[in-house]
Design a protein around this ligand. Structure first.
Ligand code: GDP
Ligand code: ZN
Length: 315
């Protein structure tokens, strides 16, 4: 028997059977992911094998190989990681140009992280109903920058309904991670896409108290028209993987594509002679903010790291 984990509490799991109902299952005590440093061997999105136990109860006996997974570093046990979700088809960053303004540095870090995790990413610009001429100019800059890098961009308004049908078409039959800073409209949007869908994407509720250890788990919310939204309570972005310096350029697709033209194969595109990336930057063939944020990340500047952000807020 196989199915997909759609909810995890840490001690039991809700598993959607293929072409069947969903059942509750627990983890077989002896089961461990081999070679994994994760504190949780099973995460939302995992495909698992189940074995019946007594009275309609099930045990997870095996986790099938993942195509990708999101992790966050565990707070107390520095070497340990928590798997937030697995087998994600796409990650959507909800952004706004105003009220609040999503920082370009945050967007670039998010997208580089998605590349590192092997998750296709899209940008969705919300609150189209409130933008004036200067915001529209800023929006055009961003769309040009990110489309050039290969990221699809969409314009929507969760309030007016603009662009929602196109967004539904993108979500249909896919498992989509919804991310974005607090206030960009994730909850409003989820509700507009499907009434009654109440994402808890914001901060960890104050009811949990500060300084208290609260472990949060992702949940997959089914969409009536097909597909799932993944909600990661208390985690606004996802944890940056530890990127080696020589890897950072791999996570900026348009920079990586240009690097073939650099004189040195190990060019870092910062101060080397005959660098195709610097040349493109000087000729305004790549977005200045993209190149500059690449250099920031290469230098290990913390910037607006979504992971650090959630850590300082959450636990
Ligand atoms: P979340 O923190 O990302 O879940 O954001 P919320 O869904 O709570 O939205 C934050 C605020 O933005 C609320 O006051 C919403 O009513 C408002 N909001 C969300 N989407 C839109 C939109 O498309 N247009 C406008 N004008 N306001 C929006
Ligand atoms: Zn170069």
């Amino acid at each position: 028997m196989t199915g997909r984990v759609i909810k995890s509490t840490g001690s039991w799991y809700r598993v959607q059977l293929h072409d069947g109902p969903s059942v509750d299952a627990r983890l077989r005590g002896s089961m461990r992911l081999q070679g994994s440093r994760a504190t949780n061997p099973v995460a939302v999105g995992d495909f698992v094998e189940l074995e019946p136990e007594s009275e309609g109860r099930y045990a997870i006996s095996n986790v099938l190989e993942r195509k990708n997974h999101l992790i966050r570093r565990s707070v107390n046990l520095s070497k340990k990681t928590q798997v937030i979700a697995a087998n994600i088809d796409q990650a959507i960053l909800i952004c706004t140009i105003a009220e609040p303004k999503t920082l370009l540095g945050f967007m670039d870090r998010f997208l580089a992280s998605a590349e590192a995790y092997g998750i296709p990413a899209l940008l969705v610009f919300n609150k189209m109903d409130v933008y004036g001429p200067s915001e529209m100019e800023e929006l055009s800059y961003r769309e040009a920058a990110y489309q050039r890098a290969g990221y699809p961009c969409m314009r929507i308004s969760a309030v007016s309904g603009e662009g929602l049908d196109a967004l539904r078409a993108v979500l249909k039959d896919k498992v989509t991670l919804f991310s974005g800073h607090s206030g960009v409209g994730k909850s409003t949007l989820a509700n507009a896409l499907q009434s009654g869908l109440d994402l808890r994407t914001g901060e960890i509720s104050s009811a949990h108290g500060q300084g208290q250890h609260t472990t949060t788990f992702a949940e997959m919310h089914p969409l009536d028209f097909g597909g799932y939204l993944i909600d990661t309570p208390g985690i606004r972005g996802f944890g940056l993987v530890n990127m080696e310096k020589d890897q950072v350029s791999h996570y900026f697709p348009e920079i990586f594509a240009l690097s073939e033209g650099c004189k040195y194969h190990n060019c870092t595109h910062v101060d080397e002679p005959q660098c195709a990336v610097i040349h493109a930057y000087e000729q305004h063939q790549i977005a200045p903010s993209r190149y500059e944020n690449y250099v920031h990340m290469l230098n290990g500047d913390e910037g607006d790291d979504p992971y650090r952000h959630s850590e300082s807020k959450g636990e």
